[in-house]
Design a protein around this ligand. Structure first.
Ligand code: HGY
Ligand code: MN
Ligand code: MN
Length: 414
């Protein structure tokens, strides 16, 4: 056992948890003061170990030891620090903290890797501020351009790039920020499982085989505002009633899908003018569809969009549909997963190989470089809520497995 410190991890988790705006749970949107406070805390931990910080043009943050330089392909550990509204203390944070603890262990144990070690913090993983999940990691691998980021705006109309620029973060301009296998030879992400599989099986480690694909849409129904009392039912064009049918359809179509694994969620609803005695005029809702099978995901998405068109026609309302995020499912690197399996077995730590129903930065990063993920249990399977919790001892065990794998993965081939 290499001995990651649960105490140090607890200290990191609690300090970062305090980098939050007021409200239940964790509230930390990308590029807000609380976001940079969390990044600054991580940077201070890394600077104490001789690591320098670089901010890419897309607001991702990279750390490498000064003497290692930035030219050689690194072995990287990464995740995210932005949170969903009223989120938990561990989602994303556990993976970044694991990356800091690995840097400490490399020092404490005088471990010499065959490659530079890098810690990577991807921005806007949740999409909670600019409306598109995995925006930072998509930009990191070149799936989103600076032009795309300039178009993505938050509720107040501030664009992704404006928000990044406002904080005066010294952006590493001469480094395009688009990474590939020439920059990172192996990417690992430790993450809380966010469901009940490991806890139910009483197994401490999950080794992720693959990550679901995702389609997110924003649908706006436009009806006709009118008087709730004086307007007969047959003369109405009620946008909220149309949205209600659409919400029920998302649930029914996801549940009935061929794979039996599809999930469909409407998590966001904005209704205008939202008054008890006004027939709603405009209702916007989000739709989030996922499946590990790309063909099933495509089919369910098509059926949902067809149903929305039919609802709009029957109700004489207008439906505008925008695709806000799309990522195909991936199978993670067998080379890096094998290193995790061998590390767990060497240390006598139990593990389960399993899929991920949540998306992660590894989903996009895996498209351009070898990537793998390791899960640690979520208490009660809860996540994306203030109740999200994981024992720091479990995170430490995950770090032990991760370090063993990194030592294998960083060895130069041949
Ligand atoms: O939505 C997700 O799966 C992730 O938490 N962004
Ligand atoms: Mn999340
Ligand atoms: Mn996450």
């Amino acid at each position: 056992m290499v001995g990651a410190s649960a105490e140090r991890i607890h200290q990191d988790i609690e300090t970062i948890a305090n980098c939050s705006s007021p409200g239940p749970g964790t509230n930390r949107l990308s590029f807000t003061p609380e976001y940079w406070a969390a990044v600054d805390y991580v940077a201070a931990q890394m600077a104490a170990l001789g690591y320098e910080r670089k901010t890419t043009p897309h607001g991702n943050t990279r750390f490498r030891r000064r003497e290692a330089g930035w030219d050689e392909p690194a072995v990287a550990v990464g995740s995210h620090l932005d949170a969903v509204p009223q989120g938990g203390r561990f989602d994303g944070v556990a993976g970044v903290v694991a990356g800091v603890e690995i840097a400490r262990l490399l020092e404490d144990l005088d471990v010499r890797l065959g490659r530079p070690y890098e810690l990577l913090i991807c921005a806007e993983e949740e999409g909670a501020r600019f409306g598109s999940v995995l925006a930072g990691s998509k930009a990191l691998v070149g799936r989103l351009t600076q032009g795309d980021l300039a178009q993505m705006t938050d509720a107040g109309g501030t664009s992704y790039l404006q928000a990044l620029g406002e904080t005066g973060e010294p952006v590493w301009a001469d480094q395009g920020g688009v990474l590939g296998a020439a920059d990172v030879a192996a990417y690992y992400e430790l993450h809380i499982e966010q469901s009940v599989v490991l806890e139910t099986a009483r197994v401490p480690i999950g080794i992720v085989q693959g990550i679901v694909g995702i389609r997110q849409y924003r649908v706006t129904f436009s009806g006709v505002a009118n008087h709730a009392g004086a307007t007969p039912m047959r003369l109405r064009a009620d946008s909220l009633a149309a949205a209600a049918q659409a919400i029920a359809s998302v649930e029914a179509l996801a549940t009935a899908a061929a794979s039996g694994l599809t999930v469909g969620t409407v998590g966001m609803l904005v209704n205008e003018p939202n008054a008890a005695n006004v027939i709603p005029a405009r209702t916007a809702l989000s739709i989030d569809l996922r499946d590990t099978d790309a063909a099933v995901l495509e089919e369910v998405a098509e059926r949902v969009l067809e149903r929305i068109a039919r609802i709009a026609e029957e109700r004489q309302v207008r439906a505008q549909v925008a695709l806000t995020a799309e990522s195909a499912p991936v199978v993670l690197s067998s080379r890096l997963r094998g290193a995790l399996v061998r590390s767990a077995e060497r240390q006598g730590i139990g593990y389960l190989e399993m899929p991920s129903g949540a998306v992660h930065d590894a989903l996009e990063i895996a498209r351009v470089m070898d990537a793998a993920m390791i899960f640690v249990p979520s208490i009660g399977g809860r996540s994306h809520c203030p109740e999200e919790d994981t024992p720091c001892e479990a995170v430490a065990l995950g770090v032990d497995v991760l370090l063993g794998a990194i030592q294998t993965a960083s060895a130069r081939a041949g």
